[in-house]
Design a protein around this ligand. Structure first.
Ligand SMILES: Cc1cc2nc3c(=O)[nH]c(=O)nc-3n(C[C@H](O)[C@H](O)[C@H](O)COP(=O)(O)OP(=O)(O)OC[C@H]3O[C@@H](n4cnc5c(N)ncnc54)[C@H](O)[C@@H]3O)c2cc1C
Length: 382
């Protein structure tokens, strides 16, 4: 280890920004050097994407600049990560090779529409920031017909988000005065709306969307997409506008470095360590199994919590302390109703004997808290 230990963070999203700030808030630049690498130089809270679709936000008003990190003595490098060399402890980017003493992998999940034949040609990607304005414009033009919202792979980011999207789209169409002539159909490969949250919460979410005439179709495993047609393993459905949540995979460099099996994510446990010394992984790029087939959902709030755990463990090592932290698995996520209120799903993934989930009433207070959640992240991290 050189004089000042170097913490290198791959990815400047929820996990990367949370870890970098936690370490920098506790250790000065004479105690630790911190670098974040990301191919883009902005950060956006995931749910702002739905506000852009809804038309209450623009992209420019929803992002924070990663170039602001230098003010906190956190170095930022805007380059693509091409190789993770765990043997030689260095990272290759487009123009540089950087070595590390501690590595935090927070590269998120990659959307893989190419895995579904016909999807890119015939449908829109609800999670792709490049398509949000076009989706908004298409919705705005819609006077009648069928909208299909289709989850095309599990796990995907923020399990309640597609349901929230359907409710916000419903409210937009109501405002446009066309809701009675536009049908919204929701297709999921799962048997219930939110398998991770269990049957009771799933029923509540189903009631919520049904109350707005959004029709849920369970157990629809996608095979391919054709012009105006979804082909499932067990049937077909027509649409005029398809908003898809494509399958998610880990970035290619993760498979190349053998941190995860092809098609999977990096396995971690509650200390967020990988099998390599001083190499940690957090957030959507990981799989953290809780019990049997239940894993920690892919959500910013969990990436943030895991990142704080890793930051504490790295600081402990730098300061030659023996204590080590475990991720507590607690988090909450807001679901907007489309009627100027939101409810909060509170999750405790490691409660005994099994994970617990609670869904609160939908109130204006929770909607304010959601707006605050975004503001807080942008102002404290950047
Ligand atoms: C519509 C929507 C709504 C959501 N709502 C919520 C919510 O209400 N609550 C919640 O908690 N979560 C929500 N999420 C989920 C949340 O956004 C993600 O779970 C979270 O961003 C994961 O954090 P992360 O750090 O693991 O990955 P990310 O935030 O995705 O960050 C990964 C970073 O790595 C970079 N990267 C990847 N590969 C490379 C490479 N090869 N070279 C350089 N850089 C690279 C990416 O550019 C990216 O910036 C929502 C997501 C969406 C899409």
């Amino acid at each position: 280890m050189s004089n000042i230990p170097h913490v290198l963070i791959l990815g400047g999203g929820f996990g990367g920004l949370s870890a970098a700030n936690e370490i920098r808030n506790n250790l000065s630049s004479s105690q630790v050097k911190i670098t974040i690498i990301d191919k883009k130089d902005w950060f956006m809270v995931g749910f702002a994407k739905l506000w852009i679709i809804r038309g209450t936000r623009t992209f420019e008003n929803s992002i924070g600049s990663l170039n602001e990190l230098s003010k906190k003595n956190i170095d930022f490098l805007k380059e693509e990560i091409l190789q993770i060399d765990l043997q030689n402890k260095n990272i290759k980017t487009t123009t540089k090779i950087l070595s590390y003493d501690f590595l935090i992998i927070a590269m998120g999940a990659v959307l893989a529409p190419e895995k579904i034949p016909g999807l890119s040609e015939n449908g829109m990607n609800l999670y792709d920031h490049n398509q949000l304005t076009e989706i908004h414009n298409k919705l705005k033009k819609m006077k009648s017909g069928n909208i299909a919202i289709s989850i095309m792979g599990m796990p995907y980011k923020c399990p309640p988000a597609p349901f929230e999207a359907s409710l916000l789209i419903d409210s937009m169409l109501r405002e446009e005065g066309v809701r009675d002539s536009v049908q919204i159909h929701f297709y999921s490969p799962a048997p219930i709306t939110l398998p991770a949250a269990g049957p009771e919460i799933s029923q509540q979410i189903l009631n919520l969307i049904n109350s707005e005439n959004i029709i849920f179709h369970d157990s629809c495993k996608i095979k391919s997409v054709e012009k105006n047609k979804l082909i499932f393993q067990n049937g077909e459905a027509n649409f005029d506008l398809l908003l898809a949540i494509p399958p998610h995979v880990a970035p290619k460099v993760i498979y190349d470095s053998e941190l995860a099996k092809e098609g999977g994510f990096i396995p971690i446990n509650r200390n967020c360590k990988t099998q390599f010394e001083n190499v940690y992984a957090v957030g959507d790029v990981t799989t953290l199994t809780v019990i049997d087939t239940i894993t920690v959902p892919k959500a910013g709030i969990f990436a943030e919590g895991e990142a704080i755990t890793v930051a504490q463990n790295i600081m402990s090592k730098i300061q030659s302390k023996t204590e080590s932290s475990l991720f507590d698995g607690k988090g909450g996520c807001f679901i907007e109703s489309g009627r100027d209120t939101a409810s909060l799903i509170e999750v405790d993934m490691f409660s005994e004997p099994k994970p617990t989930t609670k869904l609160t009433e939908s109130t204006t207070k929770h909607l304010d808290e959601k707006i605050q959640f975004e503001k807080e992240r942008l102002s404290k991290w950047l």
